[in-house]
Design a protein. Structure first.
Ligand SMILES: NC(=O)c1ccc[n+]([C@@H]2O[C@H](COP(=O)([O-])OP(=O)(O)OC[C@H]3O[C@@H](n4cnc5c(N)ncnc54)[C@H](O)[C@@H]3O)[C@@H](O)[C@H]2O)c1
Length: 451
């Protein structure tokens, strides 16, 4: 089938290269010249495991082409819109990129009218896809087809999709999209456009809720001297409705990774999507206290985590403090709404001298924080040699030996992701969801917590 994808970012490029790898011919349209130049020579403009190989084979076989020329979409049976939907004012969704891409697509497709599907891959609020239908003639069906991939595992998430969700009114368009995705062998969920759109928000809101629920229990656990949230949630996980027994073995579903305390959720989707949904409902005069509480807990988490260091070390002003992990999670270079960077901001506000290391994040991606005083270093060793206390903000594999390195330098660790084994953590180091051993450290002694 002939496919076009407008917008070759995380979602568009994975969708395009992925569809090319299962037998379709894909034209990717990208308006950013730097991104386009990189994609055209087989180099994705962001870090995503497996994507360079997928892109390179698509380009080599002629199954995938990248262009700035929007006119090329007239060749396609299915045109995807995968452009950004960033936060606008007060967290509301900025739909200007989607509207502009759809408007220009409608103009272009009108030059050669025939039956086609225009599928909105971007995350958009319920009602958006139906509103866009007015731009197109009635030969073009407009569908909602949200993407559920996670950065860091995006290629596998696409090629082994849990489900393909399609909302479209025309039966022929539904069948065309079912045929397009058939080689993936994923369950095909057909619905109205608004249902498909809301399913994406419900999915992200559930993940955000589990994370804030876990962090609320981390906060409660920290008020007892002998409670560790890892043990509390570990006991919850073993409920067989969460960890079923299959042939006598306990199955640990991936969802349990979200029922875990940490530095809070971040990234380009969860915070933005939750805020967009809340803002749209508020605009409609509706309150949704559960979703608002999920966001409130998350907004305060970085400050709470940094507060643990402060309670142990005392006043942080002038103290050298490290942060390991500036991307919003391990396995990506994406720093959008990163909990590690939120922690950097909290530390800078408290006057700390802040050093950080992340193996994937580029210098230019964190320029605004560097301008505020953040110093990047080249590795875990160098970081530990400079700081008195250090927050582990992501689980990057490069941080595997951090406990040994911290021991060498006498650095106090704060495990903000609950990655360290109990013997590495011991009673010496700090962890989210565990009480600070020696209470408020307001004497400013500057010494790490003794073993
Ligand atoms: N990143 C994720 O993990 C993820 C997962 C699921 C859904 N989503 C959703 O998918 C959408 C895209 O997200 P992303 O992370 O891929 O964004 P992105 O910013 O990485 O990519 C968007 C791309 O579209 C290009 N673009 C914008 N307008 C264009 C136009 N008119 N013509 C051609 N190119 C244009 C931009 O230059 C950019 O390269 C968003 O709505 C997001 O919420 C993202």
């Amino acid at each position: 089938m002939k496919v076009a994808v407008i917008g070759c970012g995380y979602v568009g490029l994975v969708t395009g290269a992925g569809l090319a790898s299962i037998g379709h011919h894909v034209v990717g349209v990208e308006s950013d010249p730097q991104r386009l130049a990189a994609i055209s020579v087989g180099t994705p403009p962001f870090h995503e495991p497996g994507l360079p190989a997928l892109l390179e084979s698509g380009l080599r076989d002629g199954a995938f082409e990248a262009t700035a020329d929007l006119d090329r979409i007239v060749e396609a049976d299915v045109v995807f819109v995968a452009v950004q939907t960033p936060p606008g004012e007060n967290g509301s969704i900025d739909l200007s990129f989607v509207r502009e891409a759809a408007r220009r697509a409608a103009e272009t497709l009108a030059t050669q009218p025939r039956r086609r599907v225009l599928a909105i891959r971007s995350t958009v609020l319920p009602g958006t896809t139906d509103a866009l239908r007015t731009l197109f003639d009635d030969r073009t069906a407009v569908a909602a087809n949200p993407e559920f991939l996670q950065e860091g595992t995006a290629v596998q998430d696409f090629l082994r999709s849990d489900r393909i969700v399609v909302g479209v009114h025309e039966a022929w368009a539904r069948e065309l999209l079912a045929e397009l995705y058939a080689p993936l062998g994923a369950p095909f969920v057909a619905s109205t456009p608004a249902t498909a759109e809301l399913a994406k928000y419900a999915s992200n809101a559930l993940l955000a809720t589990l994370i804030s629920f876990s962090n609320e229990f981390a906060s409660i656990s920290e008020s007892f001297p002998d409670v560790d949230v890892e043990e509390v949630l570990g006991a919850v996980h073993l409920d067989r409705r969460l960890s079923p027994r299959v042939d006598g073995a306990v199955v640990r579903p991936g969802i349990l990774a979200f029922l875990k305390a940490g530095c809070g959720y971040g990234g380009s989707c969860l915070p933005k999507d939750l805020s967009a949904l809340i803002a749209s409902r508020q605009a409609a005069g509706e309150e949704h206290p559960l979703l608002e509480a999920v966001r409130t807990v998350n907004d305060s988490q970085a400050g709470r985590v940094v507060g643990l260091l402060e309670r142990s070390l005392g006043n942080l002003a002038g103290r050298p403090i490290g942060v390991l992990g500036l991307a919003f999670k391990a396995g990506t270079d994406d720093v959008r709404t990163s909990p590690g960077l939120r922690a950097v901001e909290e530390l800078l506000t408290r006057g700390a001298e802040v050093f950080a290391y992340d193996p994937l994040v580029r210098l230019e991606a964190v320029l605004p924080w560097r301008e505020q005083g953040l110093t990047l270093v080249d590795g875990v060793q160098e970081l530990m040699s400079k700081v008195q206390g250090c927050l582990i903000a992501t689980g990057d594999p490069a941080f595997a030996a951090v406990a040994d390195v911290a021991a060498l330098h006498g650095t106090l660790l704060l495990d903000g992701r609950r990655l360290l084994a109990a013997d590495e953590l011991g009673s010496r180091h700090l962890a989210v969801g565990r009480a600070v051993p020696h209470g408020p450290g307001d004497d400013d002694a500057g010494t790490p917590v003794p073993s």
